[in-house]
Design a binder for this molecule. Structure first.
Ligand code: PEP
Length: 256
């Protein structure tokens, strides 16, 4: 088993309403694995059903939200706050996803504000970072990731939370939903650079405790090789998390 344990997280994005969520959990093959965690991020509307489905089946599957608003309440039409999520039993949030950055104009400052607020409210945060294809081609991957993490590492709330309630997902933008996956060598090299950056900023003990997930066209055909890399602590999965068969197949690749 991996030193930091393994996290297999599914990001359903804007898919699966409550009925589809219930059907998914009914059909999902699942067995408990020591040191491994399964987590799903459904849409807001399907969170309650997902929680009910896993608790009715007595399964240890974590359910998290794909987003939340940094303020606890107020005049923010269409938004959902941390206390609302906690009221129904949600304690995990996914932040910084490239689709939030690209389609919802979430700047590094917005993402930092949400991350700090989530941590201060007691959430566990999975923070996504990743470079575009042009940035990779220009040899700027590490520089871009360092820039994306800079304000987070400098913030006292975040830096104290790394390795306990703040973890990372490295998701090259060119690999998300494209069918093109980073090779295990590319992913491992980037994860190792991230681990060095964390070590320089936080010290070895905290840096070693941070789970760094790989995300970007993960499938049952490529997950095993990715997971075999020493700095890859699991996967953040979009497309292959939507079907119980494929997500179950990913879970079965994690050794117990
Ligand atoms: C994602 O959205 O986080 C993702 C990695 O998607 P996909 O697995 O479909 O590339």
């Amino acid at each position: 088993m991996k030193p930091r344990g393994v996290l297999l997280a599914g990001n359903w994005k804007m898919n699966h309403g409550p009925k589809a969520a219930q059907d998914f959990f009914r059909a999902l093959p699942y067995s408990k694995k020591p040191g491994a965690t399964m987590r799903i991020y459904p849409s807001y509307l399907s969170l309650a059903t997902a929680l009910d489905s896993v608790s009715a089946a007595g399964r240890d599957i974590e359910i998290g939200a794909q987003n939340f608003h940094a303020e606890k309440s107020g005049a923010f039409t269409g938004e959902v706050s941390g206390p609302m999520l906690q009221e129904i039993g949600i304690h995990q949030v996914l932040l910084g996803h490239s689709e939030r950055r690209q389609y919802f104009s979430e700047t590094p400052a917005v993402i930092l504000n949400k991350t700090v607020s989530a941590l201060q409210q007691g959430f566990e945060v999975l923070l996504c970072i990743g470079e575009t294809l042009d940035e990779r081609k220009a040899g700027q991957t590490v520089e871009v990731l360092t820039h994306q993490l800079k304000s987070t590492l400098a913030d006292p709330t975040c830096s104290a939370a790394f390795g306990t309630s703040l973890h990372l997902a490295y998701e090259p933008v060119w690999a998300i939903g494209t069918g093109v996956t980073a090779t295990p060598a590319q992913a491992q090299a980037t994860h190792a650079s991230l681990r060095s950056l964390l070590t320089r900023s936080l010290g070895e003990i905290s840096a070693d405790a941070v789970q760094i997930l790989y995300g970007g066209s993960v499938t049952p055909g490529n997950f095993g090789e990715l997971l075999a890399c020493p700095d890859i602590d699991g996967g953040l999965v979009g497309g292959a998390s939507l079907k119980p068969e494929s997500f179950g197949a990913l879970w079965s690749l994690i050794s117990s």
